[in-house]
Design a binder for this molecule. Structure first.
Ligand code: IMP
Ligand code: MG
Length: 173
């Protein structure tokens, strides 16, 4: 496994993001919403550095790219989400790739009546975005490689790695 971002660098960057969130959300209660499953590790580390009171909610977003459905159709499961109407939301995802997930989830939270939605990703892949969308907080811009670890998976594996790594090309699981 080729380490792209070591554990220590992630820790420092998460602290910097938390400091920015602490400044921006000063005096406001809000809800941190994590997109399952990739945002879990990032969420757990980030919320422990936040100074202001907040709730935590989760939602599931799965994109079906198979032949049976429209490519890129996003299916949202909001069953685990607390009431968002009138709440300020900090939406977290592991990585911004095409931008489809974050833009659609943001639109959905606005439809549900959120007072505001700020978005935060740990990683942003350079040169992959097809949907115009600008996240409010970005941890690291990375090259267009498939990465795993710190919540990110390949076939639901490798999420537990404490660093961000690039799988060797010949990995077959
Ligand atoms: P988007 O909707 O194309 O922006 O894709 C975002 C989702 O794709 C993320 O939540 C990840 O689940 C997944 N994804 C995109 N690139 C990678 C990667 O390099 N490794 C693991 N998952 C990825
Ligand atoms: Mg994901």
């Amino acid at each position: 496994m080729n380490v792209l971002i070591p554990e220590e660098a992630i820790r420092e960057r998460v602290s910097e993001i938390a400091a920015a969130v602490n400044a921006d959300f000063h005096g406001r209660t809000f809800t941190v919403v994590g997109i399952l499953t990739g945002s879990l590790v990032f969420l757990a580390d980030l919320v422990r550095r936040l100074e202001h009171r907040h709730q935590i909610g989760l939602l599931e977003a799965s994109s079906y790219r198979g032949t049976a459905t429209t490519p890129g159709t996003l299916v949202l499961n909001t069953g685990l989400l607390p009431e968002v109407r009138g709440r300020h939301i900090l939406l977290l995802d592991d990585i911004l790739d095409t931008g489809a997930t974050l833009s659609q989830v943001t639109a959905h939270l606005v439809e549900l009546g959120a007072a505001s939605v700020k978005t935060c990703v740990l990683l942003r892949k350079i040169g992959r975005q097809t949907v115009p969308f600008e996240p409010d907080y970005v941890g690291f811009a990375i090259p267009d490689k498939f990465v795993v670890g710190y919540g990110l998976d390949f076939n639901d594996d490798y999420r537990h790695l404490p660093f961000i790594g690039v799988l060797p090309d010949d990995t077959s699981v």
